[in-house]
Design a protein around this ligand. Structure first.
Ligand code: NAI
Ligand code: MG
Length: 477
């Protein structure tokens, strides 16, 4: 039985209720978590406030840095255990589960290194004045984490918040909590003070909303669906607190005739099958210039047909989806595409040893997808790639920008001037030229435009979001 982590204590929900955790590989329950409510959130916020008003508020930036580095090393030392937990909880293939632990280690190390380098400015002003700025933590920050990359999204969010001097209350997704509870316990072992990091599990509507509404919370980071993102922003608006929202994408890979196809093909495939397509920055739309369209689709067809989807412990390219309803959602998208006559180019295979109760979806490559079709507009969050052809740069930009989202874009071309023009014109928070994703890039500011959200996580930029800037003017004559 996995418990909440509040004020360094492992606690059941006040109500005593629990939720089953389902193994996506089998569809079977294997563990329970606390089904918390507003009273558990209240306890966590109080513990965080006491820590902020006490020991954390007096902890120097250099000491925060030292503690976070020790925590990073503790996570590293438990990498195998954490990867196995994440695999069981989320159905991640072994390499992905290990990569997620490595990313968390890196986030904690990066923000440990940044904690004592967050400085203000002095501003030249009128004679007789000295003006400077201080970056002050918000106080108690709330973090609502999704299930697709629990450790990575925890790392980029909580790492920056703690480094900047905040104290945190975290609500993991009900589908995937176990790794984060363990990571918090490792923080306790590494010397983080009681109350600076608290984890409360349960359902979004019961405990996520209670966190967002709690009057003791001064900033909310949310990664998840646009629908809940709207709700979070509305709740935050009532108390005028800032939010960082990362609400996914429908990110285009834009391939010109002159692209290096040998380099592009494996990256295009990985960008949609990684984590079974359940990735906010998945390259889910493929825009190809007319002359290259058929040859590239032929190569991708071969690659897709060879993809193996199966139990994540095995030698597979794709593991199961997170839960039955996510599989059903992907089925609905594919059924509608078929009913509307969208051709399938290729489909991967589900391996024979995949348990019937698991949530397996083989990768699918679709072609000639109309840009306005639902499958080209909405996040499928499954291994489904929608290809379409374009004529020239203007047409490519028109298609690329024709969704509500704007998170990430990939541009593939050998023409240097075109690389710059495309990077400027495409609506996205990150653009990758002749690569995609840059391996996650802890150092690289990340976030969206349009319905993909606002605010930036990762890199040094995230630290600014976790502080208030105070301008102080001294008049000394
Ligand atoms: P969701 O937005 O419901 O869940 C994300 C997080 O929000 C979870 O921790 C959940 O417990 C919490 N939450 C849910 N309702 C809440 C509420 N009323 N108040 C506060 N917190 C709440 O997303 P869901 O249902 O798991 O997935 C649906 C779709 O959302 C996916 O198919 C995908 O398209 C998108 N999504 C995008 C993610 C991204 O990385 N941008 C991550 C997860 C989902
Ligand atoms: Mg699970």
């Amino acid at each position: 039985m996995a418990l909440n982590f509040i004020d360094h204590q492992d606690l059941a929900a006040n109500s005593g209720r629990v939720l089953d955790m389902i193994d996506p590989a089998t569809g079977e329950a294997f563990e329970t978590i606390a089904r918390s409510d507003a009273s558990d959130i209240d306890a966590a916020v109080r513990a965080a406030q006491a820590c902020r008003d006490g020991v954390w508020g007096r902890t120097s930036a250099a000491e925060r840095s030292r503690l976070m580095m020790a925590w990073s090393q503790a996570v590293q030392a438990h990498a195998d255990e954490l990867a196995l937990l994440e695999q069981r909880d989320c159905g991640k293939p072994t390499a992905q589960a290990r990569a997620d632990v490595a990313a968390l280690v890196r986030y904690l190390a990066f923000y440990a290194g940044a904690a004592d380098k967050l400085t203000g400015e002095t501003i030249p002003y009128q004679d007789g004045y000295s003006v400077l700025t201080w970056r002050e933590p918000h106080g108690v920050t709330g973090h609502i984490i999704p299930w697709n990359y629990p450790m990575q999204i925890f790392g980029r969010s909580v790492g920056g918040a703690l480094a900047a001097g905040n104290v945190c209350v975290v609500k993991p997704a009900e589908d995937a909590c176990l790794s984060l509870i363990r990571v918090a316990q490792l923080g306790r072992d590494a010397g983080l003070p009681a109350g600076c990091l608290n984890i409360v599990t349960g359902l979004g509507a019961e405990v996520g909303e209670a966190l967002a509404r709690h009057p003791g919370i001064q900033h909310i980071s949310f990664t998840g669906s646009p629908r809940i993102g709207t709700l979070i922003q509305q709740v935050a608006a009532e108390r005028h607190i800032p939010v960082t929202l990362e609400l996914g994408g429908k990110s285009p890979q834009i391939v010109f005739n002159d692209a290096d196809m040998d380099a592009a093909v494996p990256v295009i495939v990985n960008a949609i099958v990684q984590n079974a397509g359940q990735t906010c920055s998945a390259g889910s739309r493929l825009l190809v210039q007319r002359e290259a369209y058929e040859p590239l689709l032929a190569r991708l067809a071969q690659a897709f047909a060879a993809l193996r989807c199966g139990p994540p412990q095995g030698p597979v390219d794709v593991g199961p989806l997170i839960r039955a309803s996510q599989l059903e959602r992907v089925h609905q998208f594919l059924a509608q595409a078929e009913a509307d006559g969208i051709p399938t180019v290729a489909t991967g295979q589900v391996t024979a040893d995949a348990p019937a109760g698991g949530f397996y979806q083989a990768p699918v490559l679709l072609r000639d997808v109309p840009v306005a079709h639902r499958i080209a507009q909405e996040e499928v969050f499954g291994p489904v790639l929608s290809a379409m052809a374009f004529e020239d740069e203007d047409h490519a930009i028109e298609l690329a920008n024709a969704t509500d989202f704007g998170l990430v874009a990939g541009v593939w071309t050998a023409d240097g001037s075109r690389q710059f023009r495309m990077a400027k014109r495409v609506q996205a928070g990150q653009v990758f030229v002749n690569n995609y994703g840059a391996g996650g890039g802890v150092e690289l500011p990340f976030g969206g435009v349009k319905s993909s959200g606002h605010g930036r996580e990762k890199g040094f930029e995230a630290l600014y979001a976790f502080t208030n800037l105070k301008t102080v003017a001294f008049r000394h004559g």
